[in-house]
Design a binder for this molecule. Sequence first.
Ligand SMILES: Cc1ncc(COP(=O)(O)O)c(C=O)c1O
Length: 393
Amino acid sequence: MDLFPRAQKSYIPVYKPFHIDVDKGKGVYLYDKDGTCYLDFLAGIAVNALGYQHPAINEAILKQVKRNLHLSNYFVQDVQVDLAERLLALTPFSKLFFTNSGTEAIEGLLKLVKKWGNEHNKKEIIAFSGSFHGRSLGALSITMQEKHQKHFLPLLPNIIEVPFDDTAAFEAAINENTLAVFYEGITGEGGVRPVSRFMLEAMKAGRDQYGYLLIADEIQTGVGRTGSFYYYEQTGLIPDAIATAKGLGGGLPLGAFLVNEKLQDVFLSGQHGTTYGGNPLACATGLATVEIISQKLFLDRIQQKGSYFKGLLYELANDFSDIVSDVRGEGLMLGVEVRNNALDIMDTAFKNGLLFNIAGGNTLRFIPPLIIEQSDIDTAYEKIRLTFKSLFR
Ligand SMILES: Cc1ncc(COP(=O)(O)O)c(C=O)c1O
């Protein structure tokens, strides 16, 4: 029996998968069982930062498999400590906690922030319209999208929604009772929208005035995706904590939250925990990934490749100005907003051998493996143009 009816019969129907029976991935390509290949600008939703079958990842897996696959946090583990030290050395943060996913990192931060708020008599958490922080009840409470929240109300209390990038509304919303502001420097699922410099300045000034916490969700923007190891490095605004995941594990489930000295002692023994978080196999691939991506040369190349790709997308916007309304993003996290037909464009590009998905309703989102070459970008662009021509000209 074909794979798709079997999946349909077995799975709770929350996903709409591409109709491709994947056999394997290699580099920046996915191959189906008939040998058809697809250029992958989705990369496991920004997870496969080093593509498929990267030698450093494979080597890390083989080495760790011969040692142990899981120990639990009843043990101090060398690969985990190595990765923790590496991440803290790359950032201004002083301590971290490992998780299995981005959502779990956000959940942990919500708990930590709430405890800090109880100790400082602050209650209100600000989140922005169009944000996406995960689908568990806590993370969903700060995911300000009606379509995600409406069936699951009531959610956490004391969450204040501020329209995205509306500085005046933000300034009106903050006060002595503001506990924390959760934000994505560039929204991911919300449609690749960077927060403006004015808003970043307002968030910083508000923190100086009211002493709230700034919590950056770097789950999608982090680990080199935007051309710096974390995106906040480009914004001039150092948050009090970040959540990181996706590319961090190099293909295995791994996340973390990193906090500054103000927050490092909030949780006491037993007040938080996880069974799998910081799993040694995931930390081994994480360490291999971070070692490669954190190199200045590698990050510079992401910026160069991103600028090159963005230039081509501007050309597309120019040639199809009736279809394209905006081009946004940094590094290799780029979005092309279209006036309509986003799903048709995605489906036709898929038939032309290029994989990407839609974010924020009408934005084509490109989040390829960070190892792509300029020639891969040229191939992707040819397929995008071919798609636009066949649909619109
Ligand atoms: C910005 C952001 N935050 C949180 C999450 C949730 O992460 P995960 O799916 O690993 O739980 C995502 C996932 O897409 C994300 O893009």
